[in-house]
Each structure stands twice: as structure tokens, then as C-alpha cells.
Design a binder for this molecule. Sequence first.
Ligand SMILES: C[S@@+](CC[C@H](N)C(=O)[O-])C[C@H]1O[C@@H](n2cnc3c(N)ncnc32)[C@H](O)[C@@H]1O
Length: 370
Amino acid sequence: MKTLADIFREALKERGIESIGTLSKRFRKSKNKLQDIAIEIVNGKGAIFRVPEKTAVAWDLNGNRVEGSYYAYAPLCMADKFEMVLSPEELRSKLPEWPYFIIDLYHWDRHTQKEKGKICLQVNQSYGLLRDYFTGRELAVTWVNDEFREMFHGSIDRITAYEGSTAEFLKDRGIDEVVLLDPWADDVLSEEDFGVEAFIIGGIVDTGGNKKKTTPKIGEELENAGIKVRRRKIVLRGDIVGVPDRINRILGIILKMMVEGKPMDEAVYEMQEPLHARWRLRKELPKRVIRYRVDGKDFRVVERELFEEYSSWLKIRWEDFVKVLRELDLVGLDRKRIHSLNKLSNPRIIKGKLYRVILLKKARMLCYNC
Ligand SMILES: C[S@@+](CC[C@H](N)C(=O)[O-])C[C@H]1O[C@@H](n2cnc3c(N)ncnc32)[C@H](O)[C@@H]1O
């Protein structure tokens, strides 16, 4: 899927423009200059002009610094000074129909004030993400009320804030089928779902753990209103545990898959924080436990080398690995050491579980060798 920067690049190429500069210091720190300049043009703040003298700074159409250019971004008030070569209207006319990404505030009143603040922050961060790929206007927030308007500190006029229900919003735009991102869904989100005109994410923040299964309710509401709902979950290696559940991070995963073409596991990894990775590690490590009974005392051991294995797909640092070992009361030992322990031990089934039993005498030998 093309980004706004791609469309802008094509429009410049069509006009034979290979580099652009600016007449101000703006955008110099921007990491994605073409995208950021294009956003300003789409928002009607400026345009591309032909200038009589080369600009001091310029970038080629891949964003690399080059010597000055005879084409520059400048605010629209310069229109009477220079010849405009790409206007906001011209760029807007080239934009494709990007899908809507709807944050559904149906459950707004179930949140505490602190949680409402978090929803607002995540909506703002979602806007920032969409601006990196499209224009930001693709972000719609439904069931918007006065309280949300007051608490939202971003530029509300740059997103689509809708006071009615999500179903009304969709019907107004002739959309009759959507993807609802739902951790309780049976089916996993896939490329085949990327053709829909709207994705719905629950505007839900779960700090109190009292909003279990609220996302499917959003789906039921939509279905009752006659909208076809494809409920889809995002998983990491087949499991939702370890998938960051913040609204903006879910959006980030969809965008990385849809626009950048990344596989789901990679997109999840990139949007993961150590906190989410630890959730999953807590589930994974017990599967790898080796039980020892040394002189009557039980130890649950895992290989230290598992850190390398898990850190290839979970965003954990060594301190996260150690933290989870402590929480689960596990001992981490080098693989070599586990091999020598195994040589000294005898396997036995105790209460249905395999233990490696080391007797007192051998346990002492073990200590002498420590
Ligand atoms: C914090 S979650 C709320 C989940 C809610 N407590 C529930 O049980 O339905 C916020 C939103 O992120 C999205 N989400 C979170 N994890 C997801 C996953 N693994 N797959 C798909 N969507 C997810 C859903 O749209 C969800 O409504």
C-alpha cells in the first residue's frame, strides 16, 4: 500500500522535480522529510514553488541531503512571490482511499478518569502513527462526547471526531463490512483482510481488569446495526500473550503488516515493550523446566542459554530474563552444568512429574566441583 510520501514523490517526479528544499528551517530535523512536507501541503499550509535561486538545503526524493534545489516548500502566503508547481488541491486529488482506522469509544463511561486520560493519550499516539504513513485524517474516533473533547490534548480538527455511533459513521460513508480487532476472535488477522474500508479498535484501557470481553460487545453492536464484522486477532507465534494491547500499538502492528509488508510476528516484535515480552516469557519458561531433587530438596532449573533463544522473538533484556526467573522461582544454569548434573542424577517419576534425583553423597561431590 502506498504511503503519502510515495504519492508525493510520484507527483514531484511527474513534474520533473528531482529534489526539493525549504525556505525555512522547518523539517530539518524531520526523519521522514517527504512525508512531513506532504502532510503540510495536504493540510493546506503550503505548496511546492519554483524559486529563482537555489535553496541552501535540499533533499532528493529519497530524503538524502543534496546541494540546493530550484524547487522549495514554502507557506501558501508566498504564492504571489513564486510560481506554484504543486498545490494542496493537486496533491489531494492524487490521494487514494486509505481505509479508516476507527477507535470506538462505546465503553468510554466504564473507565476511570485516569483510564480516560490514557485513552486520549493513545488516540493522540495513534494519530502520530497514521501521520507517518498517510495523512492522519484516516483516524476516526466514534461516540465522541464533550468530556473526550475536553480531555484530548491533540489537534482534534486533524482527526475525524464523530459524535454518533460507529455503525452510523460507517453507514454515512457506505461501508458495510469491517475488521474488528478482537483478542477473543477465533481467526487471525491476515493479508486477505487488508482490503476492507475500515478497521475498528476498541477504545478500551484495561488497568483495572474489569473490562473483560468488552471488545466482542462492540462487534455485536455493529452486527445488530447490519454491519458485517470480521473479528480478527493478532497473535505472536500463535498466542495473544505477548501482543501489546494498547490501542496505538495494535494500530502500529496493523500498519507494519499492511504498509510495510512485515510478517505478523515481526510487526508484533517491533511494537513490543519488555513488559509485554515478560508476559509471554512467564508462559514460555515453565514449559522448559527441568526438575531436580537434590538431597530431598526440589529445584526447578532452566538453561541460561534460553535467553538467546527467546530474545530472538521477544523483546527481552537480560534483566527481564532474570526478573522472570525470580518471579517463577526458577534457577538458571549453563547447559554444560545441566549436563554434568544429569550425569549424577537418576530419573524418577514423582507425583506424575519427571524429577532428576541426586543423592546426598553425589550432591556433596557436586559442591566440591563448584
Ligand atoms: C486493552 S484492549 C481491551 C481488551 C478488552 N479488555 C477485552 O477483553 O475485550 C484494547 C483494544 O485493543 C485491541 N486488541 C488488543 N489486543 C488485541 C489482540 N491480541 N488482537 C486484536 N486486537 C487486540 C482490541 O481492539 C481491544 O478492544
